[in-house]
Design a protein around this ligand. Structure first.
Ligand code: MSP
Length: 510
């Protein structure tokens, strides 16, 4: 079985912003986790390059759409490299490969008699690339998301018979596993219950799009085109491919992770398109929340956009990942506050996890000739039991995509082990040679707990996790699977510990 996870295909109207970095980091964590479990993973990301929005942005920048797309899609690729994102496929919707899949998909939908010509009249938001309600019919009505005036459109378009799938979509969205989180599912159930209306899937007067076969003036509506990127990505770089054999590479997707604003496209329009083409619907659509900055919506006009590149160079990858995954419950909105960010990183990573490792390796080196303790027998402290509980809870949370709770498990474990160390006070015990067995046992427990913490951090903070491994001299564990390494007792007794080096620097306020 292949596990397929996707980010949205990001519009190339601008370089990546914190929202796109957020989604991509979540997917990266889940993809890494599944790989560590031994599953075959296809992690798909990419860019959405067609449509009026992109055509206009290119024009404003004095470039052809294709030059503009080359530039921005390159920025995305570089950015994901800098963030150490382990995607398997990066799909560009302007590629020939993608175009072919869109054409073949369209033929299937046509065969199902789900395409007809009609007239689309309505108010359009170019930012959303979506028709919007405008009850007053006023040209001054603005899109609530983009704060720009809606534009009137009246053109002959091809339509997709969404209404035909009313019952099937109702059934799909009422399945509790399909849409998460629950609140979002209810929004969609409510939307569907009002009755699905057919939607237009082509545009005239728009060159920057994929031509609809046999319909000269029409290019595909950008959403119809872009959603198919989740499928075309699968056979990317294959010389011989068709829609048929592309699907056999691995479909349906296990999870589409997206922001809450584009849930309707993924949980209603997309499944209906797939049903029409006789293709399985995705297993899950997860709509995450929106990020604000110091309580305010981020926007160019507000001048408070947080440039993810600056964040990365200033604080590094691990701190940003920890903050975004730990402080924001997946599905809820989150706020980026500089002070809170610095406090959390210093408390959780530097003081709690980093310090624990630093203290315990230093003591072990000092008292046991630069080695981990050896020649002692186990006493009954229940640390081993605590570790097993932590690991089990962590795995259960990750399986349910409760990332913040999984990270909470790691942190709580580290806090408890710090308390254990403080209670045991091995630095006092060591003064009396009668206590040597106990000191060895305590130090071993703390070092082994740090090793477990390092393993639990592997899919979440891969850099920090490697640093913990290095500090514990863990080269010999490579022949064990990750899940085996989560079991207690793999830290070898009496092996060399390298010189301690802080695994994370404390951050300062600016
Ligand atoms: N191109 C479409 C997706 C097509 S998928 C086949 C699109 N692109 S987007 O670039 O505008 O948005 C990409 C994602 O970024 C969306 O999931 C959106 O919800 C998310 N975010 C945009 N602003 C955001 C925040 N401020 N916070 C978190 N995510 C946000 O929509």
């Amino acid at each position: 079985m292949t596990f397929i996870i996707t980010t949205p295909l990001y519009y190339v109207n601008d370089k990546p912003h914190l929202g796109s970095v957020y989604t991509t980091i979540i997917c990266d964590t889940i993809a890494r986790y599944k790989r560590l479990l031994g599953e075959k993973v296809i992690f798909i990301t990419g860019v959405d390059e067609h449509g009026l929005k992109i055509q206009r942005t290119a024009l404003e920048n004095g470039l052809t759409p294709s030059e503009h797309c080359d530039q921005i899609s390159d920025t995305f690729l570089k950015s994901w490299k800098n963030w150490n994102i382990t995607f398997d496929k990066f799909i560009r919707t302007s590629s020939n490969h993608h175009e072919k899949i869109v054409g073949q998909f369209y033929e299937r939908v046509k065969k199902s008699d789900d395409i007809y010509m009609g007239v689309q009249k309505g108010w359009y938001c170019v930012g959303c690339e979506e028709f919007k309600d405008n009850p007053d019919n006023s040209p001054n009505t603005q899109c609530p998301i983009h704060k720009k005036n809606l534009e009137w459109k009246n053109e002959e378009n091809l339509f997709f018979r969404l209404s035909k799938y009313q019952n099937e979509i109702e059934k799909l969205v009422s399945d509790p596993n399909f849409i998460e989180p629950k609140e979002r599912r209810n929004e969609i159930i409510n939307f569907v219950s009002k009755g699905l209306r057919d939607f237009s899937i082509s545009r005239t007067n728009l060159n920057w799009g994929i031509n609809v076969p046999k319909e000269n003036k029409h290019t595909f509506y950008v959403w119809f085109d872009a959603l198919l990127g989740y499928i075309s990505a699968l056979s990317l770089n294959n010389q011989e491919f068709s829609l048929e054999n592309t699907l056999s590479i691995g479909w349906p997707a296990n999870i589409h992770l997206i922001g809450k604003d584009i849930l309707r496209f993924h949980a209603v329009y997309w499944p209906a398109m797939l049903m029409s083409a006789g293709i399985e619907t995705p297993n899950k659509v997860f709509g995450h929340g929106f990020l604000t900055r110091e309580g305010q919506k981020m926007g160019k006009s507000l001048g408070n956009v947080l440039d993810p590149n600056l964040l990365l160079s200033k604080y590094g990858n691990d701190p940003v990942r920890w903050f975004l995954l730990k402080d924001i419950s997946l599905g809820s909105d989150g706020d980026f506050q500089d002070r809170r960010f610095v406090d959390i990183i210093n408390n959780d990573l530097a003081n709690t996890i980093g310090n624990l490792l630093n203290r315990s390796t230093s003591m072990s080196r000092k008292w046991f000739e630069n080695n981990t303790p050896s020649d002692f027998s186990d006493l009954n402290d229940n640390i081993c039991k605590l570790s097993t509980e932590t690991v089990n809870n962590y795995l259960a949370y990750l399986n349910k995509y409760n990332l913040d709770l999984a990270l909470g498990e790691i942190l709580n474990f580290a806090i408890k082990i710090n308390l254990y160390l403080n209670d045991e006070q091995p630095w006092v015990l060591i003064k009396n040679s009668d206590n040597i067995q106990r000191v060895k046992f305590v130090i071993y427990n703390v070092l082994e707990s740090s090793r477990i913490i390092g393993q639990l951090l592997k899919p979440i903070l891969p850099n920090l996790s490697n640093k913990i491994d290095d500090q514990l001299g863990l080269v010999y564990l490579e022949n064990l699977t990750w899940t085996e390494q989560l079991n207690w007792g793999h830290l070898k007794k009496g092996t060399n510990l390298p010189k301690p080096n802080p695994i994370i620097e404390k951050l300062n306020y600016e």
